[in-house]
Design a protein around this ligand. Structure first.
Ligand SMILES: [Zn+2]
Ligand SMILES: [Zn+2]
Length: 66
């Protein structure tokens, strides 16, 4: 994921120019830098949508073929 912030200077993960945060989530699910807890499953989880099985995969194979 590409962040819009390209400023080189950061203090504890927070940009000193625009306030962009790297959002380093720690064990309690909150950001280590800004303390936000609304990051659960936002950009840190791989792709939850891929866990959905397409309908095509539910079709049974014909016995004996293959
Ligand atoms: Zn910035
Ligand atoms: Zn943060």
């Amino acid at each position: 994921m590409t962040a819009p912030c390209t400023h080189p200077e950061r203090v504890d993960g927070v940009c000193t120019s625009c306030g962009d945060c790297l959002h380093e989530v720690i064990l309690n699910g909150a950001c280590f830098f800004c303390g936000s807890t609304a990051l659960d499953g936002v950009a840190l989880s791989p792709k939850p949508a891929e866990q959905i099985v397409p309908a095509a995969r539910l079709v049974r194979k014909k016995p004996g073929s293959g």
